[in-house]
Design a protein around this ligand. Structure first.
Ligand SMILES: [Zn+2]
Length: 399
């Protein structure tokens, strides 16, 4: 997509609400008039930007605003979850132009899953007749931890055999587009940041999916860490008893919020009927949704279970928030919605009462606006940033 200066110019055009003129680009970028003029000519020729309507303000030449052409390029975002494949296509403004979400059932092997992802992408590309040069690449969000250098998922729970597969390479080979791989919680934070578009933002994104994780944005930067695995908070201590965690201890926040654990507890107490097909089936999710519904309705047993887990989560969230001094905590992910109303009602007051810096600033606790597609959207945003923004993501691009 061109050099660093081009990325600076395109980023400024992309971020401007009503377009930006060449003169304004020279002022904001610090580049010479000649450089800006050359880059703009190239972007116009490539069809990535266009000239808006000229406006006359006072004396001198009329102002010609430059705006991006949303449909000139697309980024594809994929979220690979143990039982769901989500694929989205984002235009240059980050708007969703296409989405597909399908259940695969548990235990599907890696090759079948990658082939299916490739098929969904190819069908969309064929249906809208987009030439390949207008596709920037694919971002794929996967459950962590990831081995970013290898492009693999490390010992993924519920994705047996997946650690032997180089996911990033396999997808690149299947579709023929450059691929970035990102941990799902970090992708989600990235997507949320894009949708907010505030450069100085500080927030923690708490992701409830197959496991729990935190995506962290500090001073407008998505944190990634030494191995792109920031935010593994699953074993943060809640200070109270939980079912035994995979690490061998009791009291971990991952165990406190795990849908399978809450469902098992509800069955034990007679709040929910026993599962017919066992704990590894999609039935757990259905039962979890039902548990959330019962709690919302006021069932005392369901409410006690959901509220206990919310208070345990509040302890971990408070630690995350204090560590990086955020004013906003956003919650989302595929397992968030069923418990969101009860959780928000407890997390808000718990944090307001105990937050370390509450005398200096408040803390806003809120639901993600992006819904269940957030990790896929975030992975697409990572591609947009990697290819178009002057500050790159630091992720490895398989091309
Ligand atoms: Zn643990």
């Amino acid at each position: 997509m061109g050099d660093f200066n081009q990325a600076v110019v395109l980023d400024a055009i992309r971020r401007s609400q009503d377009g930006i003129s060449r003169t304004e680009l020279v002022q904001t970028s610090g580049l010479s008039t000649q450089t800006v003029s050359n880059i703009v000519r190239r972007l116009l020729k490539q069809g990535i930007v266009s000239e808006g309507e000229k406006t006359v303000t006072g004396i001198g030449k009329p102002r010609t605003p430059l705006v991006v052409v949303p449909n000139s390029r697309f980024a594809i975002g994929v979220h690979l979850d143990p039982s769901v494949i989500t694929v989205v296509a984002l235009d240059l403004t980050g708007s969703v132009a296409f989405r597909s979400r399908e259940q695969t059932g548990l235990g599907v092997d890696a090759a079948t899953m990658v082939a299916r992802i490739a098929e969904i992408i190819e069908q969309w590309v064929a249906s809208v007749r987009i030439p390949p040069e207008r596709l920037l690449g694919i971002g794929i969000a996967v459950p962590g931890p990831i081995d970013e250098a290898m492009g693999t998922i490390v010992s993924p729970p519920l994705l047996q055999g997946w650690d032997a597969i180089r996911v990033r390479e396999a997808l690149r080979d299947a579709v023929g587009l450059p691929v970035l791989m990102e941990k799902d919680v970090i992708a989600a934070a990235h997507g949320e940041q894009w949708s907010r578009d505030n450069d100085d933002e500080n927030f923690a994104f708490i992701y409830l999916g197959t496991g729990i994780g935190a995506g962290l944005v500090v001073d407008g930067q998505v944190l990634r860490g030494a191995s792109n695995n920031v935010g593994g908070i699953g074993h943060f201590a809640t200070g109270s008893t939980t079912p035994l965690c995979s690490c061998g201890r009791s009291g971990c926040v991952g165990a406190a919020t795990q849908p399978a654990n809450l469902v098992a507890w509800a069955i034990e107490r007679g709040v929910l009927p026993p599962l017919i097909n066992g704990a590894d089936s999609g039935e757990v999710i259905e039962a979890f949704v039902e548990l959330g519904r019962l709690a919302d309705k006021g069932d005392p047993g369901a409410r006690d279970i959901v509220d206990t887990s919310a208070r345990q989560l509040a302890v971990a969230v408070e630690n995350v928030a204090s560590l990086i001094d955020v004013d906003t905590v956003i919650l989302g992910g595929p397992m968030w919605h069923p418990v969101s109303r009860r959780y928000l009602g407890i997390l808000g007051p718990e944090l307001a009462a105990r937050y370390e810096v509450r005398a200096i600033h408040g803390i806003d606790v809120t639901s993600s606006v992006l819904g269940e597609d957030i990790a896929a959207i975030g992975a697409g945003c990572a591609i947009l940033d990697h290819m178009l923004a002057p500050k790159q993501t630091g992720l490895l691009l398989q091309d």
